[in-house]
Design a protein around this ligand. Structure first.
Ligand SMILES: *Cc1c(COP(=O)(O)O)cnc(C)c1O
Length: 358
């Protein structure tokens, strides 16, 4: 079998959840499990993060899976629902839905769910992705508050720049101005806000990336934040080429050897989810020794420098990211964020996932 695999350390997930509990103290924790738990496997992660007060997913199918597996926590559909049928399923299974447009309110009224449905009413405070405009909320709540098909209401918003210089101040003040007029619970913070802005830890917090031990910030890696990465991506050297100074490796001429070199061919490529844009010099670990990528990542393989690692041979273990190599660093070398890398591995459907300490 091809030696590439992703290993999920469940002890790390638990430790990250404990870390969030500590900093979020009073807030209830809604663990965000969208995108197959950021590529870590929905059900396995939910089981380990059982102590969460709620789970957030994208699709009604993911929510059904959680209910079928006896998870009793609050479950939220982050984009809400798309049909009357989904309203009724959500009502029967006690799944909270995000309501962010008028069409969804019409669908609820048409579906007439027997059990009133719980909603997260989404306010667009400046991200301009989902949600009602702030000046619509008072009017909306007047009718939603007495709508027989609607039970609990939670107010929510999402920040565009919690991880950036601009921060959340403007969006949070718009949210608070509305929310303070009511007694509805509030949910606003993603990972970056949880870490940076204590004032955003309201009734609920919604951590995603930090649960998996990645940094939400471009200039910080997980270790700086007391988080432990849960996923390691590992493979092996499957071939070795000795090249002369002046020769290059792989497609294109993106790397030219300036000395005689020993090159390891690794079973992992962009079709597996490894970023094709990873630059020359992106770190890898070979049998625990630090080395780096040379040449352009191929569909199924990539190339590493073994010149200084004499002991390396066919079969040597390669860590693409994990304990030694931060996925955040690989992301930096690839012009992207760790979020994209961990999701891509599972989305490729080529990389078997193993659990440890589950
Ligand atoms: C994905 C998502 C989160 C979690 O964001 P992280 O940056 O991964 O912590 C929270 N809220 C909403 C609405 C989301 O879509």
């Amino acid at each position: 079998m091809r030696p590439l695999k992703a290993t999920i350390n469940h002890q790390a997930l638990l430790s990250n959840l404990a870390h969030i509990k500590k900093i979020a103290n009073q807030s209830k924790i809604m663990s965000v499990l969208k995108a197959n738990a950021y590529g870590h496997n929905l059900l396995d992660v939910a089981k380990t993060l059982m102590a969460s007060d709620g789970f957030a997913v994208l699709s009604v199918n993911e929510a059904i899976q959680l209910r079928e597996n006896k998870f009793k926590q609050m479950i939220l559909l982050l984009e809400g629902f798309f049909s009357k049928d989904e309203v009724n399923i959500a009502s029967e299974l006690r799944i909270n839905v995000t309501v962010h447009n008028q069409r969804q309110i019409e669908l609820i009224n048409q579906a007439k769910p027997v059990i009133p449905i719980n909603i997260h009413l989404k306010i667009n405070t400046g991200m301009n992705r989902l949600g009602f405009m702030p000046n619509e909320i008072n009017y909306l709540l007047e009718s939603l508050g007495s709508n027989p098909y609607i039970a609990d209401i939670i107010l929510m918003t999402h920040f565009a720049t919690a991880d950036e210089k601009e921060g959340i101040e403007k969006q949070l003040s718009i949210f608070n101005l509305i929310s303070n007029n009511y007694n509805y619970p509030a949910s606003v913070a993603n990972s970056a806000a949880i870490i940076r802005y204590p004032e955003s830890r309201l009734d609920w917090v919604r951590p995603g990336i930090m649960l998996y031990g990645l940094s939400p910030f471009e200039n910080k890696i997980a270790k700086d934040l007391g988080l432990i990465p849960a996923m390691s991506l590992t493979s092996e050297i499957i071939a070795i080429q000795n090249i002369k100074a002046g020769n290059s490796v792989g497609y294109g001429l993106t790397f030219k050897a300036n000395k005689d070199m020993r090159i390891g061919i690794v079973a992992c490529g962009y079709a597996d989810g490894y970023p094709r844009h990873a630059k020359n010099g992106t770190p890898v670990a070979i049998d625990g020794h630090l080395s780096s990528l040379v040449g352009r990542v191929s569909m199924d393989m990539l190339y590493v420098d073994l010149t200084e690692i004499q002991s390396a041979n066919i079969g040597s273990k390669v860590e693409l990211w994990g304990e030694k190599i931060s996925v955040d660093t690989v992301a930096q070398f690839s012009g992207t964020v760790g979020y994209e890398l961990i999701c891509a591995i599972s989305a490729s459907q080529r990389v078997p996932l193993r659990n440890i300490n589950a």
